[in-house]
Design a protein around this ligand. Sequence first.
Ligand code: ADE
Length: 268
Amino acid sequence: MRIDVVSIFPEYLAALDLSLIGKARQDGLLELTVHNLRDFTTDRHRTVDDTPYGGGAGMVMKPEPWAQALESMQTGRRPVLIVPSPAGAVFTQAMAHELAQEEHLVFACGRYEGIDERVLEWAAESFDVRPLSLGDYVLNGGEVAVLAMVEAVARLLPGVVGNPESLVEESHSDGLLEYPVYTKPSSWRNLDIPDVLLSGNHARIARYRRDEQLRRTATRRPDLLEKLDVQTLTAADHAVLAAQGYAIVDGKVAPVAPSSSVSPSSDA
Ligand code: ADE
């Protein structure tokens, strides 16, 4: 895969030289280049921003340096142009999988109040433009989001993560959060690992882990439960969900009022 990142702070992206992503680059699995947007300016001051039309706080990134930068990265094959922005769609693991299938990704790191909107319109002729957000909070620029997105995508490329099985049982791979994990010692500061993990019974361990995934997701991310494909849920899953206050309603997992064994009307 080829990745180009354009930023006015190319040093920010130095972390992409490290660890598994750095190794993937060395191994030739990932061809990643970071470009300085100021190299695509033509004035003495290498200006990349200007005041916003319509007034308001802050500065806006000028269109021309972006056009020059992106033109230098165009290929005949319509690369995906990712524009990190708190105003984008939220980046998900499913998107990371989709993007990992692409040949060429270009990331445009905005700063200040953002990039002149016409750049995105103009770029749509030769790029598949995707404004993407890391989440519902505001960063100072796109660089930190690019670090996260590049790592999420690149680790899915064949050969980047040593044991591909570790990609299967991780959070979000099946729409649920990952189960808790433990290592030695089995007893630590008066805290014991769950007995089932020492049982050697693989079916019971698998059931315990699935239960924990469902419980954790219900507690921490109930929004994910509502997106689950109910066809993938077993009777045992239904029982765990019921204990968490969820049931299948109209083909979706939905919260239900907690059931009580003694109903107010049953005391007659
Ligand atoms: N730039 C600023 N905030 C951002 C966010 N939440 N996600 C992606 N890019 C951003």
